[in-house]
Ligand binder design. Structure first.
Ligand SMILES: Nc1ncnc2c1ncn2[C@@H]1O[C@H](COP(=O)(O)OP(=O)(O)OP(=O)(O)O)[C@@H](O)[C@H]1O
Length: 322
């Protein structure tokens, strides 16, 4: 499916994010695979019952990308995020972030990873900000805890608040800010110590659509200005219009992907093109979108035919019915 619209702004932000990310990494050749999941498996065992939350999930996120992960409740989104953020350990497979192997790293390294390499924004605003500090003080706090002092700390905090569009809230406490303003402030807090990767778990879950749009704008501007790699987990399928790449998870696997890219049309005007892909894993497996399965009443067996430039999928019942 391909949709075309005029929205060059997202494209120029993404170009800037790629330039900043390349500058951070010391060259554009270091951009590939900032986050790599390969055949990732997570099995939970509760009272003797096994739940396979991730069953061979593959995902590659490049340095400087802004990626959204979507999926229905129970599809495995939080499990992936918990693993990538170092809170949980996978059962098998490969999970690597910024050169850290998340399966084998020691407890000491895991702590350093969580403190310095990654930043977090949670859905509950109360988990992101201290209620008795102003927005400015909240953003300064992680820098002070890391031993930084002086005018540079105050300036960076003020600069980050401006970057996410809530500079006017600097002297307000969280209770004096709206939910959207608090989440934008939380983004500034999360990147205060310049992490390589920012993870956001349902950062707009408690917000209305317009306010959610402002939070995504803040994430895009942080991504473009700092070149930080961002992964947002959400159950909101509308997010695909807010970011360049959206990966959908179904039953613990990456099922499909929506990409928005800039193209110059015949009239010379730059436009955004949205394309949806199914994801083929290394074992040759892919999931058909449920809408396709329902439309053709596909079930149990399907017939595959190799054509010169595509593969045809037909109901396996056809031949038997004749
Ligand atoms: N600690 C746990 N113990 C047992 N099962 C778990 C545990 N954590 C998650 N699961 C199961 O793993 C599967 C994936 O859960 P996960 O929380 O990753 O889904 P999700 O897509 O984030 O859902 P939601 O949007 O509702 O948060 C579910 O079947 C869930 O019940």
């Amino acid at each position: 499916m391909t949709l075309v619209e005029n929205a060059p702004d997202l494209a120029s932000l993404q170009r800037r994010a790629a330039e900043r990310a390349a500058a951070r990494a010391g060259g554009s050749d270091r951009l590939r695979g900032h986050i790599v999941c390969d055949g990732l498996v997570r099995i939970f065992t509760t009272e003797g019952v096994e739940v396979v939350a991730l069953q061979g999930l593959d995902l590659v996120v490049d340095r400087g990308e802004l990626l959204a992960i979507v999926g229905a409740s129970g599809s495995g989104k939080s499990t992936v995020l918990n693993i990538l953020s170092g809170l949980d350990v996978p059962t098998a497979g490969i999970a690597r972030v910024a050169g850290y192997d998340l399966l084998t790293m020691s407890a000491k390294k895991r702590l350093a990873y969580r403190r310095h390499t990654v930043g977090f924004v949670w859905q509950q605003t109360g988990r992101n900000l201290l209620p008795y500090l102003s927005a400015q003080e909240n953003v300064e706090l992680p820098m002070r805890l890391a031993g930084r002092r002086g005018r540079a700390v105050r300036q960076r905090a003020a600069h980050l608040l401006e970057m996410v569009g809530v500079g006017y809230c600097a002297q307000r406490r969280p209770g004096q800010m709206s939910g959207g303003e608090q989440q934008r402030c939380a983004i500034a807090v999360a990147v205060a110590n310049d992490p390589e990767v920012l993870f956001a778990d349902e950062p707009t879950g408690e917000l209305d659509e317009a306010t959610a749009g402002e939070v995504f704008a803040a994430l895009r501007s942080i991504n473009a200005e700092l070149g930080v790699t961002i992964v947002v987990v959400t159950h909101d399928p509308q997010v695909a219009s807010q970011v360049r790449r959206t990966v959908a998870i179904r039953d613990g696997r990456t099922a499909s992907e929506v990409r928005r890219s800039a193209r110059v049309g015949a009239d010379g005007v730059e436009e955004m093109v949205t394309e949806e892909y199914a994801v083929l894993d290394r074992a040759g497996r892919m999931q058909l979108p449920s809408a396709f399965v329902d439309a053709l009443a596909l079930r149990d067996r399907v017939r595959l035919t190799l054509e010169p430039d595509h593969v045809q999928v037909r109901s396996g019942d056809d031949e038997e019915d004749k």
